[in-house]
Design a protein around this ligand. Structure first.
Ligand code: HEM
Length: 77
């Protein structure tokens, strides 16, 4: 698999929620997501995940794994 990147693997999935989280950070903005990567990872991987909150579906494991890999790789843009 190609190296995970914000543009290809993270931003497309987070984009649709940016309005709901704009009060705290911009989920479509690389610097914002990078700066908050740890708390975002905690929220999306809880059991049950805190974010996205009900009635929205939790992210699939393919996405939470990609997010963890993105952090492990140093949050490449
Ligand atoms: C429709 C979707 C969403 C709604 C309505 C929403 C709403 C909220 C609300 C009301 C809070 C503050 C109360 C709480 O912590 O429960 C919060 C916190 C948070 N949300 Fe969301 N959210 C949404 C989607 C997302 C998504 C997709 C992510 C991450 C990818 C996210 C990441 C976070 C984080 C990290 C916090 C904690 C912020 C902090 O500790 O300062 N949210 N959200």
């Amino acid at each position: 698999m190609a190296a995970v990147s914000f543009a290809n693997d993270i931003a497309p999935t987070l984009f649709k929620y940016r309005g709901q989280m704009a009060w705290r950070f911009d989920l479509a903005n690389y610097e914002d997501v990078k700066a908050n990567a740890k708390i975002i990872a905690d929220q999306i991987t809880g059991d049950p995940p805190g974010m996205p909150p009900p009635p929205f579906d939790p992210f699939p494991k393919t996405f939470t794994d990609a997010f963890a890999a993105w952090i492990a790789n140093g949050c490449p843009p």
